[in-house]
Design a protein around this ligand. Structure first.
Ligand SMILES: [Zn+2]
Length: 213
């Protein structure tokens, strides 16, 4: 806690005075360009990786960067998506997984979830991603390779889920919203993006810059 209080004091004495105009501008409005939906993992700091600041990203975080299909579980994630898309009219919705994800490791080893009933229930929305990985890779593939594949398959599966949300479907149909699937590699500090045509993840900087209408 000392570290947090010291950080707050530094924010008050150094950072806030420097950015006072930004905070005054943002006092009663926000126009974030993207909804960034990622895992709760402490090692992912979107504003650091994307060099964004206050007002740039509307952020939703949960264990495993999961989006329940629209009909299945009304909850905070669905409400956040609805607000970001329908009210804030974000242009981009990014679902971002990451390396060494504890949630994905939990899915690979369901016994690890024996005493975590809430996590086990929540992670069922990734179960079909695991089934796909097992079907594709077979049983003899090393754990690291399965985890690598599952992290990516999960992002693709959650992109499918988010399309079932009426606010998202409507915004995509009108050209307001684009969907993106990313993964962040913690030790390398790199981002890969899902390329729908090839069904591969490629370095983000190789992707054409997408434009909404
Ligand atoms: Zn994670």
């Amino acid at each position: 806690m000392e570290k947090l209080i010291a950080g707050y004091k530094k924010f008050r004495s150094e950072v806030f005075p420097e950015k006072k105009d930004v905070f005054q501008y943002l006092a009663q409005q926000q126009h974030p360009q993207a909804l960034f939906l990622t895992c709760s993992d402490s090692r992912i700091v979107p504003d650091l990786v994307l060099q964004t600041g206050p007002g740039d990203l509307f952020i939703c975080r949960d264990v495993g960067n999961i989006v329940p299909p629209y009909d299945e579980l009304p909850g905070g994630v669905s409400a956040t998506i609805e607000y970001a898309v329908s009210v804030l009219k974000v242009r981009h919705l990014i679902i971002c997984g990451h390396s060494d994800c504890g949630a994905m490791k939990g899915i690979l080893n369901y016994r690890a979830l024996d005493n975590l009933p809430m996590a086990a229930t929540w992670l069922r929305y990734s179960r079909s991603a695991l089934e796909e990985v097992e079907r594709t890779l077979g049983p003899d593939v090393p754990h690291e390779k399965r985890l690598h594949a599952l992290i990516r398959a999960n992002v693709v599966r959650q992109l499918e889920h988010v399309r079932t949300h009426p606010s998202v479907a409507s915004a995509r149909a009108s050209g307001q919203l684009l969907l993106h699937g990313w993964t962040y590699d913690i030790p390398q500090g790199t981002v890969e993006a899902y390329e729908a045509q090839s069904r591969e993840f490629v370095p983000l900087e190789q992707m054409p810059i997408p434009v909404t209408t």
